[in-house]
Design a protein around this ligand. Sequence first.
Ligand code: NAD
Ligand code: UGA
Length: 423
Amino acid sequence: MGSPIAVIGAGYVGLTTAACFAHLGHKVTCADVVEAKVDSLQRGEIPIYEVGLEELVRAGMDNGNLSFVLGSEMAVRDAEFVYLCVPTPQAAEGSADLRYLTAAAKQIGPYLQSGTVVVNKSTVPVGSTLLVEGALGRSDTPVVSNPEFLREGSAVNDFLQPDRVVIGSDDQAAADRVASLYVDCGAPIMVTDPASAETCKFAANAFLATKLSFTNAIAAVCEAVGADVNGVLLGMGYDHRIGHEFLRPGPGWGGSCFPKDSKAIISIAEDAGYDFALMRGVIQANDEQFDRIVRKVESVTSLDGATVGVLGIAFKAGTDDTRESPAIEVMKRLLAKGAMVKAYDPAVTSLNLDGVDVVDNAYAACEGASAIVVATEWDEFTSLDFDRVSDLVAERNMIDARNLLDRDALKRRGFTYQGVGRS
Ligand code: NAD
Ligand code: UGA
């Protein structure tokens, strides 16, 4: 028998949480404050690009397990669990901005039944469980930390088949109730204290970002010494302590979470008296990676007045999310050097950035370009007709910032080719 669950926030995490819990048999009401978003969800249309999510939302609506409401009051009245999935963006000084979280908790406090478990799924710093308890203004509704580890582009799969479920609570009964929601996921369920669960989320993201900055730094070393990064990383990855995953070099890491969470953990550590210098280096190396991609373009063409075709706008393939996208970081730097940019992405149709013309196919982005930059690893780019591309460009220069394309095929067509960590 499913439990009544309210999900507050219908973004990447909230919508996935709501649809997946409905799929697991629970009665889910998902609330948001944006009327247009709720309207489209009530029609079964999801406002984001996420493989498999729309089907799950529609199935949940059809079998009566999933509904959407405007505002949280109606959602939480009968709920046994309330999941807070609101944004925790970066505040000015790098720390997490908890205004949405406290506002949501204040809104729902008066309407909760006694004994309802309030679950923090947003990524929040240590102490947020207490913060939410205070904002709820209730002593009879336990608050539990249950950070989310899903990735955009594979959100549904990551939610339903997680590597682990982390639950942070000093109230064992409340933790056990949250744990019971995940028994069908077949993953290890770990119960710890709230501070450890909250820190675990930031630590995981910070570690993954570190792995990527390290990978990109090794790619730079490969370029300097004439090694091929593919062979180097393959050889490293066979060591099971290192592993093959998350070792793809690229234009730098981005997205809605790594940039803000890596700054937040520095701020959390600083507030507690620890100088997380390593993490500052990780972020600095990432900024340098954006610059390195631009220098590759500059090495083959003068940027002032040139047109550069950029393939990819999203922060990675499989999503339409452009938040903190490395593609945009590269574009901004190209524009600052006087270039004009024509950009194409299969999932992104507009971008509010002066000097960037978003076009509706890859060939249009290549037309008249003095260089092409592959910024996002969409499969579609591998099957372009490169004879046609050769005829369209002004100069045959390819900067493959995702090591996606067939380098030899491009060289045969007279392109200069620069990947990341391989020439
Ligand atoms: P998002 O911006 O996509 O969605 C948040 C939603 O919350 C928005 O639709 C917004 O309108 C809504 N909202 C804000 N205040 C509200 C309120 N008071 N009542 C109801 N709805 C409200 O954000 P997201 O990407 O889903 O991230 C949410 C949290 O999850 C963040 O803390 C983030 O760090 C964390 N997280 C995100 C991901 C990811 O892949 N995006 C993965 C793991 C964790
Ligand atoms: C990341 C984490 O992987 C999730 O576990 C976490 O829940 C989430 O952040 C979050 O807290 O929001 P996500 O941002 O969706 O997920 O994307 P990732 O797949 O981690 O990619 C992040 C960035 O790293 C992208 O720019 C991507 O292109 C880049 N990346 C990733 C690489 O350059 N190489 C890789 O091998 C992997």
